[in-house]
Design a binder for this molecule. Structure first.
Ligand SMILES: C[S@@+](CC[C@H](N)C(=O)[O-])C[C@H]1O[C@@H](n2cnc3c(N)ncnc32)[C@H](O)[C@@H]1O
Length: 199
């Protein structure tokens, strides 16, 4: 059975990826994705001062984000080389911990790190260093959106309490008028935290 699965899985993945490329691919039907597509991304795209945007962590359901941000200087970064296929043209294969090796200080306007902590970025020291290095690369008042699942199996440490978030101010995100939005319809309780970089 597992041999059959291991033969069928890559075929299914390639069919799905081909459908994505043809613009008829599936979309993840979850509240967090709707909130992103309908509220968060349109706001960010509409902000003319947010030109250089880094999106961390790529998966099949993030494939179309490069189209959403087509008018921006849009970059993606993902630790898994195999997921380069879901990234932007300007893609970096590395851990977000090393973001400062790829971008100059104060050179990014926005960093979107969605569902990475608790999904691979599980060591609090590495996560803290990642947030510090993101802060270094963001310009003053640059935007960080960090999202995570508020359930024990994907909350390996108190995520929002990392000391490096002290370098940021909570940002009441205009469409929500709040610096946090919790997707309460979702079992994973996906939580968006909004920050601006203080320098
Ligand atoms: C649950 S997926 C989230 C995908 C996407 N960011 C989103 O919108 O949901 C987590 C992704 O983060 C990647 N990841 C985990 N640790 C990472 C790290 N240290 N640096 C960069 N990417 C990492 C994983 O390989 C995986 O593709």
């Amino acid at each position: 059975m597992s041999i059959v699965k291991s033969l069928v899985k890559p075929v299914g993945r390639n069919v799905r990826d081909l459908m994505l490329i043809c613009g008829v691919g599936p979309k993840l039907d979850e509240q967090d994705r709707r909130v992103l597509d309908e509220t968060i991304f349109p706001y960010l795209v509409g902000r003319e001062d947010l030109k250089r945007v880094l999106f961390v962590g790529c998966h099949w359901y993030t494939w179309h984000y490069k189209k959403t941000f087509a008018d921006k200087d849009f970059w993606t970064l993902e630790i898994d080389p195999a997921r380069k296929r879901y990234g932007a043209k300007q893609h970096i294969v590395d851990s977000v911990e090393h973001v400062d090796q790829h971008f100059e200080a104060n050179s990014l306007d926005a960093v979107l790190m969605l569902g990475v902590m608790g999904w691979g970025l599980d060591d609090p020291e590495v996560a803290n260093r990642s947030v510090e290095n993101i802060h270094r690369c963001l310009r003053p008042d640059g935007v960080l959106i960090n999202s995570w699942d508020d359930v024990p199996e994907h909350r390996p440490f108190p995520i929002a309490e990392l000391p490096a978030f002290g370098r940021f101010a909570p940002w009441p995100f205009p469409p929500f008028v709040a610096a946090r939005f919790v997707c309460e319809e979702q079992d994973l309780q996906h939580t968006f935290d909004f920050y601006t970089a203080t320098k």
